[in-house]
Design a protein around this ligand. Structure first.
Ligand SMILES: *[C@@H]1O[C@H](CO)[C@@H](O)[C@H](O)[C@H]1NC(C)=O
Ligand SMILES: *[C@@H]1O[C@H](CO)[C@@H](O)[C@H](O)[C@H]1NC(C)=O
Ligand SMILES: CC(=O)N[C@H]1CO[C@H](CO)[C@@H](O)[C@@H]1O
Length: 549
């Protein structure tokens, strides 16, 4: 066992890169959204984020205005993961509930993570159409949470005997009348509600230098978030010679690796650039971030670190990206974070958090009476860690579920801390909880990994394909931390096979990364919940039994 903290980098010179780490860096964000930590030193346009190529054409409404129900007991605005999780928990607690989801997207609710990971690695060429993917455990599933047959039609919502969930697609709520308990859609239709959830998520940010570079540049830029973005980038990757990903966070690194993986087969140049020193430099301590960057390079990606994009111009059918010097490319993917959608703040009289963005809600995710907010758009009060806004898949699941429970009258002031994970292919991965910000002091304790310490082995064992424990409610009661494990002899060669990294604020552990250590999240959760100061984190690390095998 060895340990290191973020200020002591003596070990690094000797680090051996483990050969078994291969293939694809599916840095699997469970966010499928961009972590806010990606807001890097690059100047980012926080104001009007724009959708880009392919231009977001207005979605065909699937229901005629007359199909819009006049009333929905439970109205959920937004059709993403948080909304779906809320619908599910509402129906679980109130089996006859009538739930209406209104979404701008043309699709039924789906999970975003596979759009930047599994779907790129499918053997089945039809996956681009079917949106079915193989989970680590080998089972296939669709990115849609439920098939169309699960939903009732909006027009029938009031009539169906046992209630149900209806989805109005391609519709946008533009105004809320909080006193009148009703909302207005862009086509003028009105829907009254008893309880309302705002889960509007956000839109990808763009770089200012791209935003102002004109139409030809915008046409060749992807801001990645939706099914249509996945399909269009996939097509573009087969048509152009060079793609540049701007952004070093989860989404950027995932897409870089996904594209890098195919680059040699199809003669595609894949460049990734970002202002940090290494991939995921805003999350991982520098030595691990450096290590990860080497992994990404091995995937065939030209990673340019410390890169500030000064200007982007279009000439001779190419984009020129000006850094200190210039880089030519055919297409840009800007993966520089998410701007929460706050359009309803004014009409609903909701407070927007000036530090984190998002609607300010209390620990029960309530914004006003009868109005809740969940997912990316919620700036909530975390009883342990203070005010936060989190853009991860698991957070959408957890917060949507909690809001749904509270909407059905459960008195649940209890906050289940969400986690997120990120996989470097089937053999390396990590899970994280709490505030994992590389600017905090960290202490890492590492041991040698074995074949069992892989994301693949972990999901095979747990039987869950998407490694989000909150989907299945991990049994924290089963946790038995063993404090008696004796530390093994100090290793001769340091590597980052597996380990635990603690993030500290005022000497209290506020975040934990489990690096190739799986199914121990309940232990991490408890340490964060306890919020105690620890004199010796090596002792705390023993709780994770990283040497047992
Ligand atoms: C930046 O690019 C724009 C065109 O996109 C061009 O008009 C402008 O002169 C460039 N600025 C610099 C400093 O190169
Ligand atoms: C990380 O890599 C950079 C070079 O890209 C190097 O300057 C730095 O010292 C490395 N940091 C650590 C902790 O190894
Ligand atoms: C409708 C409802 O049950 N709301 C509850 C949500 O949670 C808070 C805190 O526990 C309660 O005070 C509310 O009554």
């Amino acid at each position: 066992m060895f340990w290191r903290n973020s200020y002591q980098d003596l070990f690094w010179k000797n680090v051996l890169l483990m050969p078994k780490f291969l293939l694809y860096l599916l840095i699997g964000t469970d966010t499928w959204t961009q972590p806010q930590i990606q807001l890097a030193a690059t100047s980012v346009n926080r104001k009007a984020p724009k959708r880009t190529a392919p231009a977001a054409e207005p979605v065909e409404p699937t229901a005629a205005p007359s199909d819009v129900p006049e009333h929905a007991p439970y109205l959920l605005i937004g059709g993403g993961t948080a909304s779906f999780a809320a619908a599910r928990s509402i129906r679980a607690r109130d089996p006859g509930a009538r739930v209406l989801i209104v979404t701008e997207e043309s699709d039924l609710p789906y999970m975003r993570p596979p759009l930047s990971k599994e779907l790129w690695f499918s053997d089945d060429p039809k996956a681009i159409e079917t949106l079915r993917f193989k989970q680590w455990n080998g089972k296939e599933r669709s990115i849609y949470f439920q098939p169309p047959s699960f939903y009732v039609s909006p027009a029938d919502l009031a009539k169906v005997e046992n209630g149900g969930v209806a989805v109005l697609t391609g519709r946008k709520v533009v105004h809320m009348d909080v006193r009148g308990n009703k909302v207005k859609l862009s086509d003028g239709a009105e829907i009254s509600y008893e309880k309302c959830l705002i889960a509007t998520g956000g839109v990808p940010r763009n770089l200012q230098v791209i935003d102002r570079a004109g139409e030809e540049v915008m046409k060749r830029t992807t801001l990645f978030r939706k099914i249509e973005d996945f399909r269009s980038l996939e097509k573009i990757s087969r048509e152009v010679k060079s793609i540049t990903i701007i952004g070093g966070g989860f989404l950027g690194s995932e897409l870089a690796c996904a594209l890098g993986r195919r680059s040699t087969d199809i003669g595609l140049e894949v460049i990734q650039m970002f202002p940090e020193k290494g991939n995921m430099g805003k999350v991982l301590p520098e030595y691990l971030s450096n290590w990860t960057t080497e992994k990404v390079r091995k995937e065939g990606v030209s990673v340019i670190t410390d890169a500030l994009v000064k200007n982007v111009t279009y000439k001779n059918d190419k984009l020129e990206i000006k850094l200190k010097d210039g880089r030519l490319t055919d297409h840009i993917v800007a993966a520089v974070g998410l701007e929460p959608s706050m359009e309803l703040a004014k009409s609903a009289g909701l407070e927007v958090d000036s530090d984190f963005g998002g609607y300010r809600v209390n620990a029960e995710l309530q914004a006003r009476s009868n109005i809740w907010v969940a997912g990316d758009a919620a700036c909530f009060y975390d009883i342990n860690l203070g005010r936060r806004r989190v853009e991860h898949h698991d957070h959408a699941v957890v917060s949507g579920r909690l809001a749904g429970e509270n909407m059905t009258g459960a008195i649940k002031p209890y906050w289940h801390q969400s986690m997120f994970w990120s996989d470097l292919g089937p053999d390396v991965g990590y899970e994280a909880i709490g505030i994992v910000d590389s600017s905090l002091p960290t202490v890492g304790v590492f041991a040698k990994a074995t074949a069992k310490d892989t994301p693949k082995a972990a999901t095979e064992q747990s039987g869950t394909g998407i490694r989000s424990e909150s989907e299945t409610e991990a049994v924290a009661g089963a946790l038995k931390a063993e404090t008696t494990a004796t530390p093994p002899p100090i290793q001769q060669e340091e590597d980052y096979g597996k380990g635990v990294i603690f993030y500290l604020r005022d000497q209290v552990v506020v975040g934990i990364v489990l690096w190739n250590v799986f199914n121990r999240m309940p232990i991490a959760r408890k340490i964060i919940k306890d919020g105690e100061q620890h004199a010796d984190l090596n002792e705390v690390a023993k709780l994770f039994n990283i040497h047992e095998d």
